[in-house]
Design a protein around this ligand. Structure first.
Ligand code: PLP
Length: 398
């Protein structure tokens, strides 16, 4: 039985709690975990019919789909305003699935250069091995997009808000350029979060998330999701993913489904904290810059305000004292933890140059603005006053 109480007429906060719910014959209030790989058919004819064509609430094998995973997919699709979604084992399975299912040898891709390391690996190393040509641009420079997008460009890819330097892509303008040549726009929207940015309304055709980040928001599960039109998800993504094994586990889907109920509340609280921390650290004598889209000092402040409802939950600070000062600050922190996830309830700090972006050459890092003194700070759900005290004390020690 499929519950329709998440109908689109309801506001996002209501849909976050109700959309996609499928109740079993027991009428459970909290959604069930269907921890099953397979499904039983009433007859040989029923099995034949299911394989010929499954309805949207009929399942064959958990690699293809599962009721708990479907609840997660329907709920996030409803929140994102997408027709359909396919859940994946991780954010990278989503990025890989979206790109590999869309592209073939000889195709041309244009991508922004400021990418999460694993995204860069797929575009630079994997796709090119299969004869896909990739052109990288400075995502903040519309002229570079204009020059790189060609009549035969098939896909345009970017992180709408880049990691870790928080550069913003003008989704409306880049999508317009892409659509003029019939290219599909794929946006990795992790940093902007499903709460603060409506990438599909801005012009993107496909949105991918690492659900590991704000969707879980409590540091437990890997997960990912690809969102787009019904036609794209069912005819392009699903055949690729169901046969290549990137499916989300039903247990993780259940954790992530329940997390969607509180995501907006969590992300808004974290963003308020991030704004407070960014403002408190601005102008600190040991910092040459504080990068946060919610600050007037952000070079793309106007675009941030036009495209995002708030500055997000992540900021970057650059210590004038370089790596030594950055490490001294990290080691002096009492509350903020050193790790490399983001979007977690616990505040997390990362030194990108020696961890997440270590693989890049020093020149590439410099071109991306990832200097030796740069720290990425993901603001959690702690009291911002405690975070500010901890960070100021750590800077004192730096
Ligand atoms: C974390 C992240 C990913 C990858 O997600 P996983 O769930 O770790 O596989 C992709 N893109 C961005 C922008 C990310 O931050």
């Amino acid at each position: 039985m499929k519950d329709t109480s998440g109908k689109p007429a309801f506001r996002p906060r209501t849909r976050a709690v109700h959309s996609g719910t499928r109740r079993s014959q027991y009428g459970e209030v909290s959604e069930a975990i269907f921890l099953t790989q397979g499904f039983v058919y009433d007859s040989a004819e029923a099995a034949e019919a299911r394989f010929l064509e499954s309805g949207s609430d009929e399942f064959i094998y958990a690699r293809y789909g599962n009721p708990t995973v479907a609840m997660f997919e329907d709920r996030i699709a409803s929140l994102e305003g997408a027709e359909a979604a396919f859940a994946t084992a991780s954010g990278m399975a989503a990025v890989n699935g979206a790109l590999m299912s869309l592209l073939r040898a000889g195709d041309h891709v244009v991508s922004s250069r400021a990418l999460f390391g694993s995204c860069l690996y797929i575009l630079e190393d994997v796709l090119t091995r299969f004869g896909v040509e990739v052109t990288f641009v400075d995502g903040t420079d519309l002229d570079q997009w204009k020059a790189a997008i060609r009549p035969d460009t098939k896909v345009v890819f970017f992180e709408s808000l880049s990691n870790p330097t928080l550069e913003i892509i003008d989704i409306r303008a880049v999508s317009k350029l892409a659509h003029a040549v019939g290219a599909t726009v794929v946006a990795d929207n992790v940093f902007a979060t499903p709460v603060f940015q409506r990438s599909l309304d801005l012009g993107a055709d496909v949105v991918v998330y690492s659900a590991t980040k704000h969707i879980d928001g409590q540091g437990r599960c890997l997960g990912g999701v690809i969102l787009g039109t019904e036609q794209f998800i069912r005819k392009t993504v699903e055949p690729y993913l169901k046969h290549t094994g990137g499916a989300m586990s039903p247990f993780n889907a259940w954790v992530l489904l329940k997390s969607l109920e509180t995501m907006e509340l969590r992300v808004r609280a974290q963003a308020t904290g991030a704004q407070a921390v960014a403002e408190a650290l601005s102008g600190h004598p040991k910092l040459c810059r504080v990068i946060f889209p919610g600050l007037d000092s952000h070079p793309q402040r106007a675009l941030a305000a036009a495209q995002m409802e708030a500055g997000g939950t992540v900021l970057a600070i650059d210590l004038t004292g370089g790596k030594e000062a950055a490490f001294r600050a990290l080691n002096a922190l009492q509350l903020v933890t050193i790790s490399n996830n983001l979007g977690d309830a616990k505040s997390i700090v990362t030194h990108p140059a020696t961890t997440t972006h270590q693989r890049l050459s020093e020149e590439t890092r410099a071109a991306l603005g990832i200097g030796p003194g740069l720290l990425r700070l993901s603001v959690g759900l702690e009291d911002p006053a405690d975070l500010i005290e901890d960070l100021l004390a750590a800077l004192e020690a730096a």
